[in-house]
Write a protein that binds this ligand. Structure first.
Ligand SMILES: C[S@@+](CC[C@H](N)C(=O)[O-])C[C@H]1O[C@@H](n2cnc3c(N)ncnc32)[C@H](O)[C@@H]1O
Length: 269
């Protein structure tokens, strides 16, 4: 079963990540977003010692890799180690997207959930049925870049007066045409993804050895902007990538998920 999972999952921008991190045998590395462990296992195969986090309790450790079930920002806030390299492959995994019951996909019916960390209570249901129209419009616009965010928020609030909106397909029913942006916005809000990224960008340089490297793969412009600005403005860091690294034609053929991936790296000065 696990073998099949590993085979079906292809780590995004793997070669470029390994190259930018300059993996060396015996070096210590932190993988904040373990997922299926694709990047972690490749680092370990090159002789690196890997400590990893994933906030999803469904992430299963691989032999030889220390996996902690935690948000990366929470872990780093309490960590005292210094790493030669740190990697973050942000967002959801294909396992989370493909598991209909998790509620991440707008094309599969499921309870409105979208929690990466299923041990927490707060879910997309609480946002859709509890937040007021202004807050909903704000996140649809800010996190989904959805220009009809206000109208969608209004429709949600009208509809839920009668009965709660409980499932993904109930939600998509009245946002036909643009569920993707609304789902992205809800997912980011449920998991406080931008807050996690901002906290990590402050903490990661403290956990790097001098000359150590930080590599971040992001999947939408909101994340990439935060990374780009931190690498430009944080005096502790020097950017190694002027422009983000993106997937080659060859990678795109085998891994469509790589289409929106942007990799940036920096080193501790
Ligand atoms: C894109 S996948 C990583 C895939 C992984 N690089 C691989 O090759 O298998 C992202 C993973 O990071 C986890 N994740 C996202 N944000 C996180 C956070 N703030 N703290 C810890 N884990 C997080 C998700 O649960 C998901 O499993």
């Amino acid at each position: 079963m696990e073998d099949n999972i590993y085979v079906s999952h292809i780590p995004v921008l793997l070669d470029a990540s390994l190259e930018l991190l300059q993996i060396a045998p015996g070096g210590s590395y932190f993988d904040g977003t373990f997922g299926f462990g694709g990047h972690s296992r490749a680092i370990a195969a090159l002789g690196g010692c890997v400590t990893a986090t994933d906030r999803d309790p469904a992430a299963v450790a691989t032999e030889g890799i220390r996996l902690v079930h935690s948000s990366f920002a929470e872990f780093l806030a309490n960590d005292v180690s210094r790493y030669d390299g740190m990697l973050f492959d942000l967002g959801v995994s294909s396992m989370q997207l493909d598991d209909a019951s998790r509620g991440f996909s707008f094309s599969k019916d499921a309870p409105l959930d979208m929690r990466m960390d299923t041990s927490r209570e707060f879910s997309a249901y609480d946002i859709v049925n509890g937040w007021d129209e202004d807050e909903l419009a704000r996140i649809f616009y800010a996190y989904g870049e959805e220009r009809y965010g206000r109208q969608i928020a209004r429709r949600i609030c009208e509809r839920r007066q009668y009965t709660p909106i409980a499932t993904t397909l109930e939600l998509t029913e009245f946002i036909k045409g643009h569920p993707k942006r609304v789902f992205q916005a809800l997912r980011i809000a449920v998991n406080d993804e931008l807050g996690e990224l901002e906290r990590m960008l402050k903490l990661a340089p403290e956990r790097l050895k001098p000359g150590g490297r930080l590599a971040i793969i992001s999947f939408h412009s909101l994340e990439d902007r935060l990374v780009k600005h931190a690498f430009r403005d944080d005096e502790r860091l020097k950017a190694l990538t002027k422009h983000p690294v993106t997937a080659s034609e060859a990678e795109l053929k085998t891994n469509p998920r790589a289409a929106s991936a942007k990799l940036r790296a920096a080193t501790l000065v």
